[in-house]
Design a protein around this ligand. Structure first.
Ligand code: PMV
Length: 313
């Protein structure tokens, strides 16, 4: 028997969520937390089933694809899924799952590994779930690193941002799973856009300018001040789009009062939780002290540079 293990990183959008759906740039990083899917299989016998499945992968949702693989007895065992990425919190768990499944089917079908093809399939699977995604999530989990991402209609522009230093003073705080799905948050913003196109478009433009400014100056600027200003400005614009809950705003105001900056990362949420929040805080001790008073899980932001990986034995 052979084994296949696929590992996909999670992601954090640093700047540009929601505006990216309307053709403005976002900056996104892959993170060290991964989702892994593995399976044992008979190389010769499983090939034809997975070869056929590969042609139709994008006809299924993640759940249907998993059920189909698990329920069909075709010289392979069931899938084992292990994830360090918090589910449904804006850290790319669904994109990581869609990309991993596409890569696994590709591998067992004995097709040549192609990040581009995996990305294409993961995007189609994501579309089934989220309606009108920009594709930023599937792209970053496939390619890894730090990217500036832009979608104009069907055309995607992806610029790799090379930075010499490791991220410092950046944290991910998990405020919990939002009541609303990404699709619901995206359509909430669309409603706003329909009712007040002028102001909403202006907010998108300003968000896009933040992403551009970050990509241009990451190498030169004094770290702290820069992160602080951009995060705070992006958060204000996201709040004006109406994607941050009162509970999360309260948490972010506390961070700000204590000399930090924070913004939601991902689609957000308004009823209760808003998913993960990106925090910049230069004083580590003070930040830990502050977090002791909150019940939220938190961890440092560490970049993943590899993107999706497949191991076969
Ligand atoms: O699914 P999330 O929470 O990672 O949000 C994705 C980012 C959005 O800009 C809100 C949607 C998109 O497709 O780009």
């Amino acid at each position: 028997m052979s084994n296949i293990l696929v590992s996909s990183p999670g992601k954090v959008i640093l700047f540009g969520e929601h505006a990216v759906v309307y053709g403005y740039p976002a900056v996104v990083t892959a993170v060290h937390r991964t989702l892994q899917i593995s399976m044992e299989y008979d190389k010769k016998k499983a090939k034809s089933f997975f070869h056929t499945l590969f042609k139709n992968v994008s006809d299924y949702s993640v759940v249907d694809l998993m059920n189909l693989i698990n329920e069909t007895d075709n010289a392979h065992s069931v899938l084992h899924v292990h994830s360090q990425i918090p589910l449904g919190c804006g850290m790319g768990s669904s994109a990581a799952c869609a990309a991993s499944l596409s890569a696994l089917v590709m591998g067992v079908a004995q097709l040549k590994f192609s990040r581009e093809k995996i990305n294409e399939l993961a995007f189609l699977i994501e579309k089934r779930m989220h309606g009108n995604p920009s594709g930023v999530d599937n792209t970053i989990v496939c390619f890894g690193g730090l990217l500036q991402f832009l979608r104009k209609g069907k055309k995607v522009e992806m610029k790799r941002i090379i930075h010499a230093k490791k991220f410092a003073h950046l944290w991910i705080v998990n405020t919990g799973v939002p009541t609303e799905s990404t699709a619901e948050m995206v359509s909430m913003v669309k409603e706003k856009y329909i009712h007040d196109s002028k102001h909403t478009e202006l907010s998108f433009q300003k968000i896009g300018a933040i992403s551009e400014s970050f990509s241009k100056h990451i190498q030169n600027e004094k770290d702290g001040e820069y992160w602080y200003l951009l995060i705070q400005e992006n958060e204000q614009l996201l709040e004006s789009l109406g994607v941050v809950s009162e509970k999360t705003k309260k948490f972010i105001r506390t961070i700000e009062k204590n000399m930090g900056a924070a913004k939601i990362s991902g689609a957000g949420g308004v009823e209760s939780a808003s998913g993960v929040v990106l925090v910049y805080h230069a004083d580590e001790e003070k930040f830990h002290h502050m977090m002791k008073k909150s019940s939220f899980e938190y961890f440092p932001l560490v970049q993943n540079n590899t993107g999706i990986e497949v191991y076969e034995t």
